[in-house]
Design a protein around this ligand. Structure first.
Ligand code: CAA
Ligand code: NAD
Length: 291
């Protein structure tokens, strides 16, 4: 079966999907972005235009590539429009039920050669492969936030993923300018298995009153050379997504203290303090800038 990747579908044009669609279009691939509602598509397309303009303004992108990317990008509110894609990457909310339902729908309508990729932060890729009915063509393609600036993508191979599919996806990762690292289908793959428990512990430090959020952040920035401290990074990832990741693991591994959900995280999400997107998380935000 063919594995050449020229047309890419991206489902979910939120924080991550808009970045993924953008870098694919910048690499000259044909891209179709799908959201459930036009309003969400418009928001995602606006985010892509803003990011392209910023990259041009900073001299990191030529105007010709900006124009190419905009010309390569189409959008739709119908999943059926993804039928002839070579690769479909899902970047919808971190909810295994929603992702599995989407993969089932995609499996029912895409051409036989379509490869399915998931940008999930935490859920098993194999479960989505099963849902699609085509486990041999399912991989994890875990990009990092902000996709336009972060160099890494984790490529996750399940026990069912076909060897040619895995090779094709590694080639795709390089073609869109990312460094692929190979990961097994384990909770959090490589990066989030280390990062998310660390973020959880930073919240527990706040709960215990061990240090202020500013001092926790300064500690990790100045003491360990991290570009952002953990509390700022939590707002940057968004707190509802972090809660979904930790809650999913806590449900699967209830006796493992590494995956315990801090009560403060639940409280913040319940109050609608979600991070950058709601203007308030642990910090207050104005657009992309901390107040
Ligand atoms: N597109 C285009 N430009 C962008 C951008 C985007 N998406 N995001 C930021 N920029 C721009 C900014 O607007 C800024 O421009 P100005 O100087 O004109 O304001 C410029 O890039 C640089 O940004 P900063 O001034 O904020 O500079 P920085 O040196 O701090 O770099 C950063 C920003 C790359 C985000 C850096 O802070 C960083 O690496 N932070 C850590 C990010 C990280 O850890 N990501 C992983 C999260 S975990 C994950 O993704 C996995 C998961 O499953 C949850
Ligand atoms: P987001 O909430 O910004 O975007 C999700 C988008 O998916 C929304 O625009 C929503 O309208 C859309 N959507 C939901 N269900 C849909 C459906 N059935 N069909 C079409 N569109 C649908 O979330 P995000 O931060 O972009 O996260 C997306 C995925 O990427 C999640 O799996 C998340 O865990 C993962 N991820 C997030 C980060 C991060 O830092 N936020 C980093 C890496 C991976």
């Amino acid at each position: 079966m063919g594995t050449e990747i020229r047309k890419v579908g991206v489902v979910g044009l939120g924080l991550m999907g808009s970045g993924i669609a953008q870098i694919c279009a910048m690499a000259g691939l044909d891209v179709i972005a799908v959201e459930k509602e036009q309003a969400f598509l418009d928001k995602g397309l606006g985010r892509i235009k803003g990011s392209l303009a910023k990259l041009v303004e900073k001299g990191k992108l030529s105007q010709a590539t900006q124009e190419l990317a905009l010309a390569k990008l189409t959008s739709s509110t119908k999943v059926a429009d993804l039928a002839d894609c070579d690769l479909v990457i899902e970047a919808i909310v971190e909810d295994l039920g929603a992702k599995s339902a989407l993969l089932k729908e995609l499996g029912g309508l895409c051409k036989p050669a379509t490869i399915f990729g998931s940008n999930t932060s935490s859920f098993p890729i194999a479960a989505m492969g099963e849902a699609s009915g085509r486990p041999a063509r399912m991989v994890g393609l875990h990009f990092f936030n902000p996709v336009q600036l972060m160099a890494l993508v984790e490529v996750v191979r399940t026990e069912q993923t076909a060897a040619d599919v895995f090779e094709a996806v590694k080639g795709f990762a390089k073609a869109v300018g990312k460094q692929p690292v190979m990961a097994k289908d384990t909770p959090g793959f490589v990066v989030n298995r280390l990062l998310v428990p660390y973020l959880g512990e930073a919240i527990r430090m706040l709960e215990r009153g061990d240090a202020s959020k500013e001092d926790i952040d300064a500690g990790m920035q100045l003491g360990c050379g991290h570009p952002m401290g953990p509390i700022t990074l939590l707002d940057y990832v968004e707190l509802d997504t972090t809660l979904s990741i930790l809650q999913g693991w806590a449900d699967r591994f209830p006796n493992d203290p590494t995956f315990k959900v801090p009560q403060l995280l639940r409280d913040m999400v319940a109050k609608g303090h979600l991070g950058r997107k709601s203007g308030r998380g642990f910090y207050e935000w104005e657009g992309d800038k901390k107040k």
